[in-house]
Design a protein around this ligand. Structure first.
Ligand code: NAP
Length: 245
């Protein structure tokens, strides 16, 4: 029987892209899913699709920039399934632009979603995982959390922060809490639609012509979760084979 079977997994940003693909894959492996994002109609459709295929899932509309809503997502998991085995801290935005454009609102949005949202997730599940003496936090960083390129400064800063947090969780988690930092390269999702600068959007769309399917990352997340409890997969970088960056 898979190590995933029966595990209670919270996924933020489950309404599209990597989160949605991961939900489908984990549901097939027998996980009990707790889906969070802002777009309710997407979450409802995903929940229905999973249940129709014999899986288990609930959803709760969640804006990760609101700590109370993230706490409520964790509470919903415990009320429905009694425990929290895994948090996939996946919600993220990527409005890339050169610093000179001073898109300060977008900088703040990236900090709020990509860093504070991840922290709120950690705060919402850590006490429960400590009580259980077991848990697994999976954070979505990026190749941009390993290298910086023009227009990526703020996004990269948030993804470097995620990488640092993953390492901190690993060290402080000790024998109880597993920590996985996932760093995708170009993956075909809705992520690039948040780029408001036309020149940057054009460059990124060119790079994304080589983008791989979201299921590639879902498989990586599945691999990390399905390892036995004494195996902690800490770092995975998954690029399109063609990606030079
Ligand atoms: N695609 C790539 O090439 C790539 C590469 C490296 C890293 N990543 C990372 O992978 C993660 C998933 O991105 P994706 O590629 O799957 O993009 P996506 O299709 O745009 O999905 C992003 C998800 O985040 C959610 N989200 C955005 N703001 C939110 C908020 N304030 N509260 C709650 N949920 C929020 C969105 O749902 P709602 O709009 O419904 O809230 C959506 O479900 C991100 O952290 C991203 O940085 C992606």
């Amino acid at each position: 029987m898979s190590e995933i079977n029966g595990k209670v997994v919270i996924i933020t940003g489950a309404s599209s892209g990597l989160g949605e693909a991961t939900a489908h894959r984990l549901a097939k492996a027998g996980a009990k899913l707790v889906l969070g994002a802002r777009r309710e109609e997407r979450l409802e459709a995903l929940r229905d699709a999973i249940v129709e295929q014999g899986g288990e899932a609930i959803y709760r509309v969640t804006d990760v920039t609101d700590r109370d809503q993230v706490e409520a997502l964790a509470t919903a998991a415990k009320e429905a399934y009694g425990r929290i085995d895994v948090l996939v801290n996946n919600a993220g935005v990527m409005p890339l632009s050169p610093l000179d454009q001073l898109k300060v609102d977008e900088w703040e949005q990236m900090i709020d979603v990509n860093i504070k949202g991840v922290l709120y997730g950690v705060a919402a599940v850590l006490p429960t995982m400590r009580e259980q003496h077991a848990g697994h936090i999976i954070n979505l960083s990026s190749v941009a959390g390993h290298v910086v390129f023009p227009a990526s400064a703020v996004y990269s800063a948030t993804k470097y922060a995620v990488k640092a947090l993953s390492e901190g969780i690993r060290q402080e988690g000790g024998e109880e809490i597993r920590s996985t930092n996932i760093s995708p390269g170009a993956v075909a999702t809705e992520l690039t639609t948040s780029i408001s600068d036309p020149d940057t959007a054009e460059n990124v769309n060119e790079l994304y012509e080589m983008a791989i399917d979201a299921d590639a990352i879902a498989r990586a997340i599945t691999y990390a979760i399905e390892q036995p409890a004494d195996v902690d997969v800490n770092e995975l970088i998954i690029r399109p084979t063609k990606q030079p960056l």
